[in-house]
Design a protein around this ligand. Structure first.
Ligand code: FES
Length: 373
């Protein structure tokens, strides 16, 4: 229901209502509805303030053709809105994400324009509907206390129900259909955007690029490491050799893919006198006292390479978790809850260090326990 509402001082409207018939509105009620508290003026009734003139009928109140035309215009707005929303969905899949247009990202521009216009047209259509087709009332209400009485609340509810009835929502099937369609398709972008949540990690957190036969290389120059390249008591930072290999001149890993792979596959190699290694299982995974451990802290993932030669401890600089590399990388201090992962080493036929497989457990932060057996 559309209301032009005037509030006025006590008694100010009592004498101003229902006394001036208005020309040009012979078909509308001439007598204002007056309940002693609120005065409702319909088309043609005099307004509360004589200086404002009369309450004139709208073209759609008196001309059925104008009413039909307004209904078609509003329906057109809702229909265009629906098409724009569908355009949003199509653009999301059709426009490549890195396409530029007028110095900005074409996909973002298209998504913003289509969805923004779709919402705007629904809003404009709803306003037009209220202004041109819903019943036109002018309400004059006497000032009163701020709290609503039970009677007023009941009246408000009745007015709402009346408004719902007068809006013609049940009667105007074309408007109802196009509005519901435009509102219904608004849910599609939310569904379409779910595509950005994937892909699921699957068992990816368990894996690194290490595999049987992958060479261990120096992480600075990419050169394959031999046993003699690591002195007793020394720590060397290593990487999988595949990070430095190419195929047809193209690197096997580069960009974000390389960074993500490195974040899990970086290692440190240490060399100890075999008798200093107290964990027999750990020693068996090394070659002549050379052991290889993940460089990624199992607490929160900082890179670890502070090496205490005397104690054989590896210390994480972030929260001081300390791992005993002579005892399989077990935790001797700090917040880490599990040992730093060890990579089993071997030698190829030329004497270069190679991995004998991937890490036997996930490396890095203690991500959800269900990932661990
Ligand atoms: S990240 Fe290593 S101790 Fe916290």
């Amino acid at each position: 229901m559309s209301h032009d509402e005037h509030r006025t001082g006590e008694g100010a409207t009592e004498g101003g209502t229902g006394s001036h018939p208005v020309g040009g509105a012979a078909s509308v009620p001439a007598k204002p509805v007056h309940d002693g508290h609120r005065v409702e003026l319909r088309v043609g009734d005099p307004v509360a303030d004589p200086g404002l003139g009369t309450h004139e009928p709208r073209p759609t109140d008196i001309d059925p053709a104008a009413e039909k035309r307004a209904e078609r215009q509003i329906s057109l707005l809702f229909a265009i809105s629906a098409l724009l929303t569908l355009g949003f969905c199509v653009a999301y899949f059709a426009i490549p994400r890195d396409t530029e247009f007028a110095g900005t990202n074409a996909l973002n521009l298209t998504l913003g324009v289509t969805l923004g216009l779709a919402l705007l047209l629904i809003g404009i259509g709803a306003i037009q509907w209220a202004k041109t087709l819903m019943d036109d009332h002018e309400m004059v209400e006497m000032r009163h206390g701020s709290s609503s009485s039970a009677e007023d609340r009941a009246e408000a509810l009745a007015a709402f129900e009346q408004g719902a009835d007068e809006s013609g929502f049940g009667r105007r099937s074309m408007l109802r259909g196009t509005l519901l369609t435009s509102l219904g398709v608004l849910g599609l972008p939310a569904v379409v955007l779910l595509a950005d949540l994937g892909p699921l990690p699957g068992d990816d957190p368990r894996k690194t690029v290490w595999a049987k036969g992958v060479h261990v290389v120096n992480d600075v120059d990419g050169k394959k490491l031999r046993l003699d390249d690591i002195q007793f008591g020394q720590l060397v930072n290593g990487q999988p050799g595949v990070f430095f290999e190419t195929e047809d001149g193209e690197p096997l890993y580069e960009g974000t893919e390389l960074l993500n792979a490195k974040a899990k596959a970086s290692v440190v190699l240490v060399r100890m006198v075999p008798d200093e290694i107290v964990n027999a299982g750990s020693a068996a995974k090394g070659v002549e006292g050379v052991l290889c451990f993940s460089k990624i802290c199992p607490h929160l993932g900082c890179p670890i390479s502070l090496w205490e030669q005397q104690t054989k401890n590896l210390i994480c600089p972030c929260h001081q978790s300390t791992f005993d590399l002579a005892d399989g990388g077990s935790v001797v201090f700090g917040p880490a809850k599990r040992a730093v992962a060890q990579l089993e080493l071997g030698l190829d036929e030329e004497g270069y260090l190679i991995a004998m497989g991937d890490f036997p457990e996930p490396v890095g932060p203690s991500f959800p326990e269900f990932y661990q057996d």
